[in-house]
Ligand binder design. Structure first.
Ligand SMILES: C=CC1=C(C)c2cc3[nH]c(cc4nc(cc5[nH]c(cc1n2)c(C)c5CCC(=O)O)C(CCC(=O)O)=C4C)c(C)c3C=C
Ligand code: FES
Ligand SMILES: [Fe+2]
Length: 432
């Protein structure tokens, strides 16, 4: 039995302090006990109260975490300077404060041109706000016990930034001595320490700054925000189905006699090899998505997983998407569908890199196509709601995986933020 199940049963009638009096001793609070112990205590001491259909533990804040993108070309400079200042993404050691601004300043005009070419900015904010709001509408119906669900967006490098979201949460009455529940829902389906890991480290940092918490469990019961995390969902059936449906739609654009011989190229943002070799979970999780999509399609077509968007002189995980397309063309394969698989909405890497560069410059624009990004696909929105509902029902603070650091990790921010998010024993183990 999970911690949450019994709590939902008495909602407004039994307060958290009563639960604690009933269940915990001063030295071993409920959230710090084994799950068997929690079940025994709750089963023994809690009077059987039937659920009141009108009662709710809400509001629940549903916070969509992502990297973000500049909404206008004027924001490109700030976006890049935050990106190159992030030592979880681009570690520049003691030169970070000097090299970060220098590289971002030098890169700005080139990246501004790319955003101009896709309509003057990244659509990620528009899509994230839409996806979060639509998901919350579904959750209000499917999960009345945690309603109302309030959508928030927290970007790592663009507005609304994590600190803006956090201040808004406090203004809206979460925390500030009133407790309140918030779910950090990563919008990267596959976990990488350079993406979701960085967003969680940032969230932990702002939690410390704005709520004064330097340590302690997520189920704090001290009036600060109770955080839990959806940290990965690489093979969720709804995600898999939405990607598969977009592929099936694209296949329809080929003449029937050619359709079965189209090569599917799943394309994900690459990682530097030193990150891969550190033991980052992302390559394996992206492969899990691809495998699940191919199973859903009945392994109907030949396919490869390829990697795009390498930046700078380091060695990156390949094969590169652009090389793959030219190599296959050279081998005589002209029918190919590129499938963005590690990002849930359109962004510069689909609209510019894939559409304008890889396809646009291939000389085979008619036969090399791209599957739609997930954007507002109703099957995808439903998947988000299903993932969130399962999380809310489970009472789990985060996945078991989140507690385990990469074998080669030397980043102390990872240690501190993981310790916080695993919530001292509710569902995850902690390894240093
Ligand atoms: C799952 C997605 C992503 C992973 C993993 C990822 C890792 C990663 N990225 C860089 C460096 C840069 N990324 C940049 C832009 C960018 N990255 C992603 C996604 C992932 N990155 C997206 C969606 C975007 C574009 C945002 C948008 O258009 O809205 C950039 C800036 C652009 C540029 O200068 O070329 C850099 C730099 C590293 C080093 C890294 C892994 C360690
Ligand atoms: S780099 Fe992966 S846990 Fe720190
Ligand atoms: Fe990137």
């Amino acid at each position: 039995m999970s911690f949450r199940t019994p709590v939902t049963q008495f909602t407004k009638r039994v307060s958290h302090s009563t639960i604690n009096k009933l269940t915990a001793t001063p030295t071993t609070p409920l959230w710090n006990r084994t799950s068997a112990d929690q079940s025994r205590l709750l089963a023994t001491h809690v009077p059987p109260v039937t659920q009141d259909a009108t009662s709710s533990r809400g509001p629940t804040a549903m916070v969509f975490m992502n990297m973000g993108g500049p909404s206008t070309t004027d924001e490109v400079g700030d976006f890049l300077s935050r990106l190159f200042a992030d030592a979880d993404l681009i570690p520049l050691g003691r030169f970070q404060n000097y090299l970060g601004p220098l590289i971002s300043k030098r890169r700005t005009p080139k990246i501004q041109k790319q955003y101009s070419a896709i309509g003057g900015g990244s659509p990620i904010r528009k899509w994230s706000e839409y996806q979060a709001a639509e998901m919350c509408k579904i959750l209000d119906k499917t999960s009345p016990e945690s309603a109302p669900h309030k959508p928030y967006v927290a970007f790592r490098y663009a507005k609304p930034l994590t600190e803006e979201m956090y201040s808004q949460l406090l203004e809206d009455g979460f925390g500030n001595g009133r407790g309140g529940r918030a779910v950090a829902f990563t919008q990267y389906p596959q976990y990488s320490c350079s993406t979701t890991g960085s967003s969680l480290n940032e969230l932990w940092k702002w939690r410390q700054k704005l709520e004064g918490k330097s340590a302690g469990p997520t189920v704090a019961n001290d009036g600060s925000i109770n955080w839990s995390v959806i940290d990965r969902w690489p093979a969720h059936p709804g995600l898999v189905d939405a990607i598969a449906l977009n592929i099936e739609d694209k296949l329809q654009e080929y003449p029937e006699d050619q359709r079965k011989d189209v090569v599917l190229l799943f394309s994900a943002h690459s990682l530097p090899m030193d990150v891969v070799n550190r033991g980052d979970p992302y390559p394996a999780e992206v492969a899990a998505t691809v495998h699940a999509v191919m199973q859903r399609l009945g392994n109907s077509h030949p396919y490869r997983l390829v990697w795009q968007s390498q930046v700078g002189p380091k060695s990156w995980l390949g094969a590169q998407t652009s090389d793959t397309v030219s190599n296959y063309i050279a081998k005589g394969q002209k029918n190919m569908i590129l499938i963005p698989v590690a990002f849930t909405s359109d962004h510069i890497e689909t609209l510019y890199e894939l559409d304008e560069e890889v396809i646009g410059e291939s000389g085979h624009k008619d036969t090399i196509k791209r599957a739609e990004s997930l954007n507002g696909h109703p099957v995808f929105i439903q998947a988000l709601a299903d993932i969130a509902k399962a999380h809310l029902d489970s009472g789990i603070i985060c996945s078991k995986q989140l507690g385990l650091r990469c074998p080669g990790c030397t980043n102390e921010r990872c240690a501190a933020s993981k310790k916080f998010f695993i919530g001292q024993g509710l569902g995850a183990t902690f390894a240093v």
